[in-house]
Design a protein around this ligand. Structure first.
Ligand code: ADP
Ligand code: MG
Length: 682
């Protein structure tokens, strides 16, 4: 790294935060997306939900105070329409610089505002004279604190000069690669970092350019090989055989306020068979929201407890972990089984006590990934359960394997996910796991009635909330934004919160978003759970797993912007009690054809598997559904849904490489996952 000109120790340290340690890590640090600054769009042709570059003259400036200071700049162009630029954070000079008559060029996402189209926090520059537009698409890289796009682009440029020839770069043997007809790796890397002026812009923006597909294939293959290898390594260990204790299990089941569903019994049986073997279990339980995975996890934990081993249950957020803690305590304490709590916020003496209990062999621990951290020692960890796996990457699974695996022993592993994914995807995304499916919901659930309502009828929706609150029912209002910016999401939620507080004076309105202090977030959630808050305004932070049975109305703002899977997850927050629940998908008209189909699908079905399949089918070319899938699986360029057609070849080539080229297989995994693994350790 230090051999690159201009990379001193401080810069190298910053790069390390991104998992970049070697020159080749820079080659594979790929753009997250592109910005099209090759043309100017006239204001009249702007489309909400898309990003565009606009050039115009400032017509009016306002530094208004509504709920907080903001700078609003109206610009107009030759199409004689006006676009509003809105800034929530700004400096005095900015306001002064953008005087009426000033010519600006700006780039940003277009959205509907109260008075027509607007851009929130666009990037902009003041123009003096003619300035040419960019010739090629502008790559946008994942960056980190203290490192801007410009600087990162510069160093990647320098690293690309050292890209070796194709033969030295390629790790997939030619006899396996050639039949696939993919672009050479070297060309693909140059093509994504520096798109040529005549490259297919639409394909690049959609991630379907041959250069991206070449890299996506390689990345999927690398992960697949990594998972397969992980599985093989884990299965070489011994694990404690944990046969079931029928007496204990019966007492547990007798204490539950419900009977297990048939699906729960079957899956518990499958898990029980694995746990009885002296080889580590590697099993995924996929089940729709509300299908009752927690109690299945508790049953698995009983196997460990009954045999004198420890079980640990981990969730990706404190909110979820606490919910599990409550369930486990409610179910297990009457049997005389204590549950230890360990999360990031457990500190000082409480933490020391929890750690001491775990190393002394306390039977069950519930917590966040804090349970996987250094310094947490189990005396006899027999079973590790991870909830909502899609937020945990391969790296965390490696850490999990290493936990409690001294002297050739490894704990059994159970993974729970509420994101049902089609079988073909499961085979690749979870190549290291056996899969069990909870395909049945507990009885007595009334299906959530789903309606799509245009934002122009917002008042009616607010009226419904008023009525629900008056009846003592609880309501979620979820704010969404297409940008992956927590800050903008938080602002949107704050604005909605202020608006709803005003519109609903008789109703206690709470707020949670990702930028709040964990303590305040927790307080708001607790108040909602306790029923002290009638309406909870939230960002998508509440997406996963939160269980408040009294909440029976969910409003999702800008529902047209979200993917099916995410909408389904959100909707799953209601319909958990006996009261009939409904979900209002509030959208900004006009709807695109695909958005219409998505909302239609949700109205018609609540089956997570049907929804997952439809999601796959609807993701046609040309529509950008954001990078969520990429982000969640920890991929840089691949998207398991978009790139599903590549998966059969991934499995075929993967099997052949493991058989005949194990060394190349390992190098390939290290190239793609190695950097990220180091990142996870940081
Ligand atoms: P998820 O699969 O989404 O994690 P949970 O485990 O949180 O679902 O269960 C959702 C709710 O359903 C909980 O309140 C739980 O107690 C309840 N539940 C689970 N299994 C059953 C069942 N067989 N019958 C009735 N209610 C059940
Ligand atoms: Mg759950």
């Amino acid at each position: 790294m230090a051999s690159l000109p201009g990379v001193g120790p401080a810069f190298a340290e910053t790069l390390r935060k991104l998992g970049i340690e070697r020159v080749q890590d820079l080659w594979f640090h790929l753009p997250l997306r592109y910005e099209d600054r090759t043309r100017i769009t006239s204001v009249r042709d702007l489309v909400a939900g898309e990003s565009a570059q606009v050039e115009g003259v400032v017509e009016a400036v306002e530094t208004g105070f509504r709920y907080r200071p903001q700078l609003k700049v109206a610009i107009g162009d030759a199409s004689r329409e006006t676009l509003l630029l809105r800034f929530f954070h700004f400096r005095r000079q900015q306001a002064e610089q953008l005087k009426p008559g000033t010519r600006v060029r700006c780039f940003g996402a277009i959205r509907h505002g109260q008075h027509g189209l607007e851009m929130v926090h666009p990037q902009y520059r003041v123009l003096h004279g003619e300035v040419a537009v960019e010739e090629t698409l502008t790559p946008v890289y994942p960056v980190t604190e203290g490192l801007g796009q410009q600087r990162l682009r510069g160093v990647i440029e320098k690293a690309l000069v050292r890209l070796p020839d194709e033969a030295a770069l390629e790790l997939i043997p030619p006899d396996l690669l050639e039949p696939l007809g993919l672009m050479p790796l070297r060309d693909a890397l140059l093509g994504v970092h520096r798109p040529s002026p005549d490259a297919d812009v639409a394909a690049l923006l959609a991630g379907r350019h041959p250069a991206q597909q070449r890299l996506a294939f390689e990345e999927l293959l690398a992960h697949h090989l990594g998972l397969k290898r992980l599985r093989a390594q884990v299965r070489k260990h011994r694990a404690p055989a944990l046969p079931k204790n029928p007496g204990l299990e019966k007492r547990f089941l007798d204490g539950l306020p419900f009977a297990l569903t048939r699906a729960q019994r079957r899956v518990a049986e499958e898990i029980g068979r694995d746990l009885g073997q002296p080889v580590p279990m590697l099993r995924l339980v996929q089940g729709d929201v509300g299908s009752g995975k927690t109690v299945v996890a508790a049953l698995a934990a009983l196997h460990a407890i009954a045999n004198g081993w420890q079980a640990a249950l981990m969730a990706p957020t404190e909110l979820l972990a606490e919910q599990h803690l409550r369930s486990f305590r409610e179910w297990l304490e009457p049997l005389g089984i204590g549950v230890v709590w360990l999360a990031g916020k457990v500190t000082g003496r409480a933490r020391a006590r929890a750690l001491a209990q775990l190393s002394a062999g306390a039977p069950v621990a519930v917590g966040t990934h804090a349970l996987m951290q250094e310094g947490v020692e189990f005396s006899r960890l027999g079973l590790a359960i991870v909830d909502e796996q899609h937020r945990f990457g391969v790296q965390q699974r490696i850490a999990l394997r290493d936990k409690g695996s001294g002297n050739g022993e490894a704990p059994h592993q159970l993974v729970l996910t509420a994101t049902p994914i089609p079988r073909t995807l499961a085979m690749s995304a979870y190549a290291d796991l056996d899969v069990s499916t909870l395909d049945e919901l507990p009885p007595g659930r009334t299906p959530v009635r789903t309606v799509a309502i245009a934002n122009t009828r917002r008042e009616e929706v607010i009226e419904r909330i008023r009525a629900a609150c008056a009846e003592g029912r609880q309501v979620y209002w979820v704010c969404t934004l297409i940008e992956d910016s927590e800050q903008l999401q938080a602002q949107a939620a704050e604005v909605a919160h202020a608006q709803l507080c005003k519109a609903l004076p008789g109703c206690a309105v709470g707020l949670v978003h990702g930028r709040m202090k964990p303590k305040d977030k927790q307080a708001a959630m607790d108040a909602f759970k306790a029923g002290d808050i009638g309406l909870l305004v939230a960002t998508t932070v509440i997406e996963v797993g939160v269980d408040v049975p009294n909440a029976s109305l969910m409003v999702i703002e800008n529902a047209e912007r979200l993917g099916l899977a995410q909408l389904h997850q959100l909707r799953g927050r209601v319909g958990r009690g006996a009261v009939a629940s409904s979900c209002v998908l509030l959208y900004q008209p006009p709807l695109s054809g695909l958005a219409k189909q998505r909302l239609e699908t949700l109205r018609e079905t609540s089956d997570g598997f049907v929804i997952a399949e439809t999601d796959l089918r609807l993701r046609g070319p040309g529509e950008l559904l954001g990078t969520r899938q990429t982000g969640e699986m920890g991929f840089r360029v691949a998207d398991v849904v978009r790139d599903a057609p590549l998966l059969p070849a991934v499995q075929r080539v993967g099997a052949a490489m493991l058989r005949s080229h194990p060394v190349l297989a390992r190098r390939l995994t290290e190239r793609w996952v190695g950097g990220a693994a180091r990142f996870a350790d940081a």
